[in-house]
Ligand binder design. Structure first.
Ligand SMILES: Nc1ncnc2c1ncn2[C@@H]1O[C@H](COP(=O)(O)OP(=O)(O)OP(=O)(O)O)[C@@H](O)[C@H]1O
Length: 231
């Protein structure tokens, strides 16, 4: 279980998050919604340890991880699928998948077959360079790469951005499958409202760095929710 408690986050003197709290538990997709620039990516950076918080606490399965470096959080099972995917363009698909091996004990350093069952395209493209893949294929690779580390918290930043509808459906199916096993917490940032709504058990809405709405997806008023996320 992830517990983010009243965090602030700054870029220099500018405040990007103010008193933000959010939880994410195994078996749920927790979706973070909000317009452009409200702080969604900043919250994910705080969780993954890419950017420090200036106030508040982040706990993971009861441990205070607020000051832990990103690699130590990754080692504890927090994996990230970043916005823009960050695929290494000159490395092959296999090499991209293997970049997570450093976190794993030696005996676990193999790519689970399951990743090729979830994303068959990756199996057929293992020797291709990452940069030669389409945007949708790169997104699948980014998710596959995160799964290689056997995460317990999967953090996804706008996985549908710039992706064709058929691959969006595939990605949605994979997220739902991973969730349904009940072993993984999934924290999803999305701008594509219907996609988010169809997957989420919990929803938190940010506006100008603050939480303006939060709760179980079915309890939130659709009209108010849409009002917060549409431009
Ligand atoms: N590295 C940075 N340095 C300075 N300001 C930043 C930096 N990254 C983000 N910001 C600012 O912090 C605020 C929140 O940005 P953030 O990227 O977290 O929002 P977001 O909700 O993820 O937006 P988007 O949907 O566009 O990705 C914005 O005002 C943004 O300009």
């Amino acid at each position: 279980m992830l517990d983010v408690e009243t965090i602030d986050l700054h870029y220099g003197a500018a405040i990007a998050l103010r008193g933000v709290s959010i939880n994410a538990r195994a078996g749920d997709v927790t979706c973070l919604l909000g317009r452009n620039g409200v702080g969604k990516t900043s919250l994910l950076r705080a969780v993954t340890g890419v950017h420090p918080v200036t106030r508040g606490t982040i706990r993971w399965n009861g441990d205070d991880i607020t000051r832990l470096p990103a690699y130590e959080r990754a080692r504890r099972g927090i994996a990230s699928v970043p916005q823009g995917r960050d695929i290494f363009p000159l490395l092959t698909v296999r090499d991209n998948l293997e970049t997570g091996f450093g976190l794993l004990p030696r005996r676990q350093r193999r790519i689970p077959d399951e990743i090729f069952e979830l994303f068959p395209i990756l199996g057929s493209m293992l020797r291709r360079r990452g940069g030669d893949l389409s945007g949708g294929q790169q997104q699948q690779l980014a998710i596959g790469r995160a799964l290689v580390t056997r995460p317990k918290l999967l953090v996804l930043d706008e996985p549908t951005e710039g992706i064709q509808p058929s691959i969006i459906k595939d990605i949605g199916r994979v997220i739902e499958l991973l969730r349904s096993r009940g072993e993984m917490a999934i924290l999803l940032v999305e701008q594509y409202y219907e996609f988010a709504r169809s997957l989420a058990q919990q929803i938190t809405v940010l506006d100008r760095g603050q939480v303006v709405m939060a709760g179980a997806a079915e309890t939130l008023d659709e009209t108010v929710l849409r009002g917060h996320v549409t431009i």
